[in-house]
Design a binder for this molecule. Structure first.
Ligand code: SAM
Length: 187
């Protein structure tokens, strides 16, 4: 079986169409997806919004410990093929409103002063999710992410408030209020 088929069958990460429909209905201007992999979630959201920034390393990442040996083998074998496949998937689906930012999530956050929506589905370790939240929370109106059923993710996400959930997605719809609460508790 070719590597693409193996990847698609073994790692069908994208299971949050309902959530992306919910976000698209808000008619935000600036959307950021952190953690795009082969681009299935990216294509779905991009087809429903005006523009999407796609942030990923598309290479071996610090999240590799979270996956099994087969995943690591595949990444080593295919190297840059992940990014090529991502771009191919955009092309096949005639998606032209995506700007890929090939860098670490926190570096990407430095490029923005304010955005409307950020979705985090990158490195799922506690420290990484904390870092992603710290990078994006000061900049976004709405913050969300995948895999709330991972204990490491849940712990990091619950530390900033009480998120709403939809399936396995966590989200904070009003980050302005969250930031104000944080400020109050600091003083
Ligand atoms: C679970 S996959 C994303 C799946 C995708 N959202 C989907 O539904 O198909 C996680 C992705 O996060 C990326 N990643 C991990 N840590 C990252 C970081 N610190 N900055 C940017 N991307 C990262 C990995 O390269 C990988 O492609």
């Amino acid at each position: 079986m070719d590597y693409k088929r193996r990847l698609e069958q073994r790692y069908p990460f994208f299971d949050y169409k309902d959530f992306y429909d919910f976000v698209a209905a808000k008619n935000f201007n600036t959307h950021v997806e952190v953690g795009c992999w082969l681009g299935y979630s990216t294509v779905y959201l991009a087809k429903r919004v005006s523009h999407l920034y796609a942030v990923d390393l598309w290479t071996l990442t610090s999240s590799r410990q979270a996956f099994d040996a087969d995943f690591i083998d595949l990444q080593l074998i295919i190297g840059d093929e992940i990014f090529k496949t991502f771009k191919e998937n955009l092309k096949i689906n005639q998606v032209k409103n995506v700007t890929p930012l090939r860098c670490m999530s926190d570096r990407a956050a430095e490029l923005f002063t304010s955005v409307d929506f950020v979705f985090i589905d990158a490195d799922h370790s506690y420290n990484a999710v904390k870092k992603d939240i710290a990078a994006w929370l000061p900049k976004t109106k709405m913050l969300a992410g995948h895999d709330y059923n991972h204990l490491s993710v849940k712990r990091a996400v619950d530390e900033i408030g009480e998120p709403k959930t939809m399936g396995n997605v966590w989200y904070y719809e009003d980050c302005d209020s969250l930031r104000n609460e944080e400020l109050k508790s600091d003083t």
